[in-house]
Design a protein around this ligand. Structure first.
Ligand SMILES: *Cc1c(COP(=O)(O)O)cnc(C)c1O
Length: 415
């Protein structure tokens, strides 16, 4: 693969190969990342990138879109089957613009959005003041319970009934627990809000039938396609039929111009993969692996926010190791263990520092690792955190991590 690139532009090819080497070598535990298949890479790098196709299948503003229409309809059809959705828009360029389109479809500027606070697990686009969402809309934030660090549905209900938001949003970026969608739907009905699900993180686990499907309860559901779903960078929006027109209009022409049809083709390929039986095994293993890692981390003295995980994600409080998130991330990085610093609920550190790190299993599960390797990785993590100031120790740890990953090779097709 990539022999033409190598011949024509050795400089870019060299950087690309260095990145591939990095991905092969280290333990990638960033929960929002994954490793796509070579067919997905091929679709992404295909001639679909050449085409302008503003509009929707059958109603384009440019000529020559018959094959583009076929591939976009295929992506839509597969997503509908995968999630049981009535209507799917596969054009959003990424999660943030998709959320922007949904807000634009369902709200006027100034209308009220109720979502989880950022430092309790919400996303920037869920109303953070520096983000368009916080600037354009009136934001009401709910929080996790201080003691359990989990969603408190009674408190959410009381706040929703008092505030009467236009959209009630569930689905998070740093929350390790399952979501009671039925309860959220009851709350939304009680206060007259649209219920929106943002399953960017967990979509692969939903598609793999390991977590409840919010599409059954929500008016509209957004997911990125590049996290647990293991597709190209991008997003899709799913909704009930009555909202279909408003959603489509908000994506184009409301938000975007030409869709990235190469990414849409890659979404079709990834959805095809997710419809196969072995994707269920992968989804199941993501959770089994996270639970195994969580158990060993706790055994070694770590404190996990909310006491554990129901998903692919673990939020770990690193203060017991006398560290903050920033220092922990740096120490683990020296051992080739990639995670990201994160605030934890009721954190006293700034977001750029944080008191926790976020860990996730999708990449390592895709590589084929199981519980045994998760236990080893958990040990490596705690060992590294206990020696965060000892560069020699971390360098030695790094060779152990590299040796472990070497047993689970990736991208054998690429030389
Ligand atoms: C990742 C994520 C997004 C944003 O996706 P981008 O593709 O990075 O814009 C939105 N919401 C949630 C909950 C996410 O986890």
């Amino acid at each position: 693969m990539y022999e033409h690139l190598k011949a024509a532009d050795a400089s870019v090819h060299k950087i690309m190969m260095s990145e591939l080497a990095r991905q092969r070598e280290g333990a990638e535990l960033i929960p929002s990342e994954n490793l796509v298949s070579v067919p997905v890479l091929e679709a992404l790098g295909s001639v679909f990138t050449n085409k302008y196709s503003e509009g929707y299948p059958g109603k384009r503003y440019y000529a020559g879109n018959e094959h583009i229409d076929e591939v976009e309809l295929m992506a839509i059809e597969r997503a509908k089957i995968l999630f049981g959705a009535e209507h799917v828009n596969v054009q959003p360029l990424s999660g943030s613009p998709a959320n922007m389109a949904i807000y634009q479809a369902l709200m006027e500027p100034g209308d009220k959005l109720m979502a989880l606070k950022l430092d309790h697990g919400g996303h920037l686009t869920h109303g953070h003041p520096v983000n368009f969402s916080g600037k354009l809309y009136t934001i009401v934030h709910y929080e996790v319970d201080k003691k359990t660090e989990q969603l408190d549905y009674d408190a959410i209900e009381a706040l929703a009934v008092k505030e009467k938001p236009k959209i009630l949003l569930a689905g998070y970026t740093a929350y390790a627990r399952d979501i009671d969608w039925k309860r959220f739907k009851e709350i939304a009905d009680k206060c007259g809000a649209y219920l929106m699900g943002d399953i960017s993180h967990t979509a692969g686990l939903v598609a793999g039938k390991q977590l409840p499907n919010p599409v059954d309860y929500c008016d509209v559901v957004m997911t990125t396609t590049h996290k647990t779903l293991r597709g190209p960078r991008g997003a899709i929006i799913m909704c009930k039929e009555p909202l279909a027109k408003a959603i489509d209009k908000a994506v184009f022409p409301g938000m975007q111009g030409g869709p990235h049809e190469n990414a849409i083709a890659a979404k079709a390929v990834a959805f095809g993969e997710a419809l196969k039986d072995d994707f269920k095994l992968y989804a199941k293993q993501c959770i089994v692996n996270a639970k195994a890692m969580a158990a060993q981390l706790e055994k070694r003295g770590a404190r996990l926010v909310s006491g554990g995980t129901d998903t692919h994600l673990i939020l770990m409080d690193v203060r017991p190791f006398k560290l903050n998130g920033k220092k922990a991330e740096a120490a683990l990085g020296k051992a080739d263990i990639y995670c990201n610093k994160n605030t934890i609920p009721y954190d006293t550190e700034k977001p750029f520092v944080g008191s926790g790190v976020r860990l996730g299993t999708p990449c390592m599960t895709t590589r084929g690792m199981k519980e045994e390797e998760m236990t080893m990785l958990a040990d490596h993590i705690v060992d590294a955190l206990e020696h965060a100031d000892d560069d020699d120790y971390l360098a030695k740890k790094r060779t152990e991590v590299i040796a472990l990953c070497k047993g689970f090779p990736i991208y054998k097709e690429i030389e």
